[in-house]
Design a protein. Sequence first.
Length: 318
Amino acid sequence: MTVTSMLDNVLRIATRQSPLALWQAHYVKERLEANHPGLTVELVPMVTRGDVILDTPLAKVGGKGLFVKELELALLENRADIAVHSMKDVPVDFPEGLGLVTICERDDPRDAFVSNRYNSLDELPAGSIVGTSSLRRQCQLAAQRPDLVIRSLRGNVGTRLSKLDNGEYDAIILAVAGLKRLGLGERVRVALSPETSLPAVGQGAVGIECRLDDAHTRALLQPLNHAETAVRVKAERAMNTRLEGGCQVPIGSYAEWVDGEIWLRALVGAPDGSTMVRGERRGNPADAEQLGISLAEELLNNGARAILADVYNGEAPE
Ligand SMILES: NCc1[nH]cc(CCC(=O)O)c1CC(=O)O
């Protein structure tokens, strides 16, 4: 076998080293190897800036793509062929030459209520301490339960659970999908409905990024793409992109596929839950992107522009 043909049979995945990132990379590796007998998939573990700055609330750290930049550099420098991401963490823009080419079938998109003492949000007594560092979760919680005390909670899923178990919080909110992937599904006391906690853009879906001119890799990835998930996430991301929403703003954007239609719901709120704008659209899946854009424009006109202006100090989108 020549060197070239050997290299053709190896595909390298750039991945973060958190247990969740490694699970997702292994999942993609297994699916690729199952679809392509003879292909060997290797993991290329790396550290991102987001992994280093773990005690600052994410919204304060700023900078989009904290968890993906180093992975993208590895793709551009041909040290890896693909990067596997939680779609929730993937920024709107890609570096020249890279793109998201595959979105795998979505797992449970909901947020999870996790507690050792209480079975639901409703059971939490006034003054209970709830941990989350997501402004989206904070905003929705505070709007429904202004009597709760919401405290920042960072770190990977295991760290967050141990802070709950230490008694630092009465309850915490995490993604159901992350817990399930780590074999911790039994920690979910209740999965919160989209009415209670509208999920984040792309939550529960795994996406794959690669060099756009790498036709060989793109062909290998093709069978992993899940068309329905891809359309749902496209609508959610179009909404978010039109809002120019970074992680400093509480934004929820969630699309379902109902009776052959896309049903997209979205919200923009103030971090303290004092104001919230909601909207929804139903339409043809072929128009997913347009649905997202027009819903974003409706939200902007209904008060989201003012909320965003507050957060960004006047630099809100038109
Ligand atoms: N922000 C971290 C992150 N990115 C993706 C997931 C969960 C898995 C997913 O949504 O695909 C999590 C953990 C969490 O929010 O609890």
